[in-house]
Design a protein around this ligand. Structure first.
Ligand code: CUO
Length: 671
């Protein structure tokens, strides 16, 4: 089939609806409406007439057209499951198209977008289609609300082609009075928020079909991806002279970090609620959302969780005991914590992480007396903007780490790769001193046209400022004395050299500050080898063009790229933390392990596999047998209390520094 969900050509396409698809009110004038909208259409898409599905249990009665939607609310999850189920069960693509067209104006638009995205991602016959670019559908979740007023004005007055981009101010959500505001470029980054939204779309925690949830090591990946976000956030904090994140260990204590997103829900023309400094949480009782939850319940779930870790075993709903071992333990705990429908005992261990998001998101209106909706921490595409996100996930990670710290440390022998020795390691940025990385600002454009209703139509761009680094190459010198060719799994990490007080880290602490940069397979010939690896090759990231879709270079509407399916992945422009003007001292770490022991045998042809570290590979196993984060997943063996003493011959470190320059270069080499 034809890619029915993408807009083709310069002009917009129009669906030709069967008359019974029109709302009752419009049915008598259906043909007239159809003609009015088809006049200037570049393409008419016939929609097969089907018996309309019953949407009463999903429609506006359940979730209003202008209401905000989030998976953190159990009721919303049920609606999403029910609607994606309808889409998933469609007999073929034409049937799916009819169902989608029919549902489009009868269910909440965010709910519709989510449910259709899940279906398109998981149906065998739609896997190769583009998803609508989320930021273009819902630009209000990513950009300053004032920019839309300006965009409407520009679009009304200026014809397409002569329109100027709306420049979004560099930091508009707070002032220097709030030290947390220094992290705006990370928390409010488009690519980071898109990655987080994509991740949760690819790894939903609930679905009517359990196989959509049961993806390889998804609980472990929930733990690891968020652990790495915290490690990266702390790296950025050190770059801005801030101490590490304080975990939200006590949900009764006031929360010093307030946040006001300045985002607008375009659908409802409502601002997202904010949270004042030193706010306190309370029990939630909101009948309209079908939520009643006490803080003491969260504390009880936490105690049971910690108890399971103390016993290194969980009890299932049917009373069975599952031991938490080194292989599956963290995966089970991840599903239990989030929690997903794979939680072995939801009544007992509860839904700790999701409900923490929810309690925080209703801080301003716990009993719904003000008829206010949830704040940004309650929705995955905007949650990372709020400083409290990091306090929540630091707390969650502290719990996971209680488990990781109980596992037996690796021996030196387990970490060694016999015959393989790293003899040298450098990082090279073009025209810059060896072992120095550069960061600076860059401006990129986003098209607002699809997500806004205005006449006359046509492209209108918002211009955002974001962090960017110069491309670099990592050079690794490796000696292979084994006498034969070997395959190595090269694992690249980086961390700040010192803690916030300028002290050296102990290994036990340091392992949690390591950010994974890249992981790849290398062929090691007998004798001396030099491995060269470029920053844009990183298997952590998706290319810049996939975040911004290279809008300056792409002709309007030529949406033939398969970018969005592979949309999950850390954005390349945020690979390197910001650093400091003086140069932030850091340590680069490389380990080469034996690929023959780490490999997963599977066919990777034709899949999105370029950002596997955080996102896995679609329809495949996670492509590394080791626990995620290896070799920093466990505490050190005795005698290896520092990073230096932890090293085995197949590991290497280099002192590097990250220099930030506060300017926007006029031209940027990207490769
Ligand atoms: Cu991604 Cu808490 O799981 O936001």
């Amino acid at each position: 089939g034809e890619p029915v969900f993408t807009q083709k050509g310069k002009n917009h396409a129009v669906f030709e609806l069967p008359s019974r698809f029109f709302d009752e009110r419009y049915q008598p004038i259906g043909a007239e409406i159809q003609n009015r909208f088809s006049d200037d259409a570049g393409e008419r898409i016939p929609v097969r007439d089907i018996q309309p599905p019953n949407l009463n249990h999903i429609g506006f009665e359940q979730l209003g057209k202008q209401d905000n939607f989030t998976l953190f609310i159990p009721k919303h999850r049920k609606l999403a499951s029910a609607l994606s189920d309808i889409f998933l069960k469609a007999r073929d693509i034409d049937h799916l198209q009819s169902l989608a067209v029919y549902a489009r104006d009868r269910v909440n638009p965010q709910l519709f977008n989510y449910a259709l995205s899940v279906a398109l991602l998981h149906r065998p016959d739609t896997k190769d289609l583009d998803l609508p670019l989320y930021i273009e559908s819902f630009p209000g979740k990513f950009l300053d609300s004032r920019s839309f007023v300006q965009a409407r004005e520009e679009a009304t007055v200026v014809p397409q082609g002569s329109r100027r981009p709306i420049v979004i101010p560099r930091d508009y959500t707070g002032s220097d009075l709030d030290p947390e505001h220094r992290l705006w470029y990370f928390r409010e980054d488009l690519g980071i928020n898109l990655h987080h939204w994509h991740w949760h779309l690819v790894y939903p925690f609930e679905a009517s079909d359990i196989n959509i949830v049961r993806k390889d090591r998804r609980g472990e990946l929930f733990y690891y991806m968020h652990q790495q976000i915290i490690a990266r956030y702390n790296f950025e904090r050190f770059s801005n002279h801030l101490s590490r994140v304080v975990p939200l260990s006590n949900i009764r204590a006031p929360i010093p970090e307030g946040y006001f997103s300045k985002l607008d829900s375009l659908v409802a023309s409502r601002a997202w609620p904010g949270r004042i400094s030193n706010a306190t949480l309370s029990d939630i009782n909101r009948r309209a959302d079908e939520i009643q939850l006490n803080l003491s319940t969260l504390e009880r779930w936490r105690d049971r969780f910690l108890d399971a870790i103390a016993q290194m075993a969980v009890t299932t709903s049917s009373g069975q005991r599952i031991v938490l071992d080194e292989v599956k333990g963290i995966d089970i705990l991840g599903d239990m914590m989030e929690s997903s429908i794979l939680n072995p005992n939801p009544d007992y261990y509860g839904d700790l992480h999701n409900m923490l998001h929810m309690v925080l998101s209703y801080q301003h209106d716990p009993d719904h007396r003000h008829l206010e909706s949830f704040s940004v921490i309650g929705e995955s595409s905007v949650a990372m903007r709020d400083p409290v996100f990091y306090r929540l996930h630091q707390y969650v990670d502290d719990i996971f780490q209680q488990f990781m710290e109980k596992l037996t440390p690796y021996t030196a022998q387990q970490l060694t790769y016999p015959g393989i020795t790293i003899t040298g390691l450098q990082i090279q940025t073009e025209n810059v001193k060896t072992n120095v990385l550069n960061t600076f600002w860059r401006q990129s454009d986003i098209n607002l046209a699809k997500g806004m209703d205005f006449v006359p139509r046509g492209d209108i761009f918002a211009r955002v400022t974001h962090l960017q680094h110069s491309p670099y190459t990592i050079n690794i010198q490796v000696n292979n004395s084994s006498g034969a060719s070997r395959l190595g799994m090269v694992r690249v990490f980086m961390a700040p050299k010192y803690d916030e007080r300028g002290q050296q880290f102990s290994f036990r602490e340091y392992r949690r500050f390591m950010i994974e940069m890249d992981k790849f397979v290398a062929n090691l010939r007998p004798g001396q080898n030099t491995l060269k690896r470029r920053s844009i090759q990183s298997t952590l990231t998706i290319p810049y063009e996939r975040t911004f879709r290279n809008l300056d270079a792409r002709p309007t509407g030529s949406g033939e790229d398969a970018y969005n399916f592979c949309g999950c992945g850390w954005p390349q422009h945020m690979l390197i933390p910001k650093g400091t003007p003086q140069g932030l001292p850091c340590v680069l770490f490389v380990m080469i392990s034996d690929y023959e022991q780490d490999r997963i045998n599977q066919d990777l042809a034709g899949t999105c596999n370029d950002a596997a570290i955080f996102c896995g590979i679609r329809d495949r196993f996670y492509p590394d047998k080791r626990t995620m984060g290896f070799p920093f997943d466990r505490v050190n063996r005795r005698g290896a209390e520092t990073l230096q003493t932890f090293l085995t011959p197949n590991m290497g470190i280099a002192d590097i520094s990250i220099v930030f320059k506060d300017y926007i270069p006029s031209s940027i080499p990207l490769n």
